[in-house]
Design a protein around this ligand. Structure first.
Ligand code: ADP
Ligand code: MG
Length: 324
């Protein structure tokens, strides 16, 4: 069942002197229950903005978002709050997400109190303790304060706090990057187990492609506010179609076969205030041809069903016309 529909969303910010920062430039995707969509791309490509737009935390400049059949931008107050319960987000920094003055147990209980769920405090506490255990935290940590816990334990608290409302969609924005590798792997396993148990949908944002490969069913690769390639995760990792995806994947040591196969991209990603003409990736693209400098490639469906925005990729038909 389709849970989230993101349809051609755009987010532009004013950048002074009549200049515009194009953070997100027409992103579309759908996400079904029991599926994980990974969003990857270099820092600044619009991943977090896309997540905030999907949750209705920032208003879109244009485009539509619907969740469980209802359009988000059209919802107000009470209806929005009740829907918001079903969509939770876990951010990169667990310490910033927690209140230093409250015990972690109190903070897992808090969403239940805010939403007036369960009959009384004892019932809320019982539910919070059960969840505490299911995210792998010992019950004696329940009465501790955030600074008394390790980074991995804190991220589990944040996860428990998000999960206590039994969301249908969990958005994880770089949830593991603050953690070390072994703790990160534990959190990934936990997320996989929870998905199998509850049928939750995940939007999993990370610049760590190895981690995305482990967790995502489908992957969307973003570059300068646009999806440049999207499809089934394993197919993309095995056989990237866009030169940008290829470069990102070639940078993962365990995937690249020989060190000289690594594709090193020229320069930094361009500034989203000064979009290059033509294909936004052409100034860094090792395969750019003259056409790439003049015309931006549309996101097209390839013969294998995946979406690619590249003049050099085989195409089975135009999917989305480039915006004027
Ligand atoms: P990512 O999460 O992929 O690193 P972001 O979505 O955070 O990227 O940011 C995309 C672009 O939008 C960046 O250039 C960033 O500086 C800019 N941006 C994000 N939020 C704001 C804001 N509130 N005001 C102005 N610019 C912003
Ligand atoms: Mg981000």
């Amino acid at each position: 069942m389709t849970l989230l529909i993101v349809d051609n969303i755009v987010k532009h910010y004013a950048a002074g002197e009549r200049r515009i920062l194009q953070a997100v430039n027409g992103v579309s995707f759908t996400l079904a229950a029991n599926r994980t969509l990974g969003i990857v791309g270099e820092s600044g490509c619009g991943k977090s903005t896309t997540a905030k737009l999907a949750l209705g935390l920032v208003p879109a400049s244009s485009g539509r978002i619907s969740f469980a059949g209802r359009e988000i931008s059209a919802l107000r107050d009470a209806r929005w709050r009740s829907l918001r319960r079903s969509m939770q987000m876990v951010y990169q920094d667990p310490l910033a997400a927690l209140d230093r003055r409250l015990t972690v147990g109190e903070q897992v209980i808090e969403p239940l109190t805010i939403h007036r769920l369960e009959a009384n405090h004892a019932a809320r506490r019982e539910k919070a303790l059960a969840l505490f255990a299911s995210v792998g935290l010992r019950s004696d940590l329940f009465t501790r304060y955030p600074h008394e816990l390790s980074g991995g334990q804190r991220q589990r608290v944040v996860l428990a706090r998000a999960l206590i409302l039994e969301p249908r969609l969990l958005i994880c924005d770089e949830p593991i990057s603050a953690l070390d590798v072994s703790v990160g792997a534990q959190v990934i396993n936990l997320l996989q187990d929870l998905k199998a148990q509850t049928g939750m949908a995940y939007l999993f944002i990370s610049h760590d492609l190895k981690m995305v490969r482990q967790i995502a069913d489908e992957v969307a690769v973003m570059y300068l506010g646009r999806i440049v390639e999207q499809g089934e995760s394993e197919e993309i990792f095995r056989n990237p179609a866009h030169p940008y995806t290829e470069a990102l994947i070639s940078a993962i040591p365990s995937i690249r076969r020989r060190s000289r196969d690594r594709i090193v991209l020229k320069g930094d990603p361009p500034n989203p205030v000064d979009m290059p003409a033509g294909c936004p990736f052409h100034p860094r693209c090792p395969r750019a041809i003259a056409h790439c400098r003049s015309e931006r490639p549309a996101l097209r469906q390839g013969p294998d069903g995946r979406l690619v925005a590249c003049h050099l990729a085989p195409s089975a038909g135009l999917l989305q016309r480039p915006a004027a």
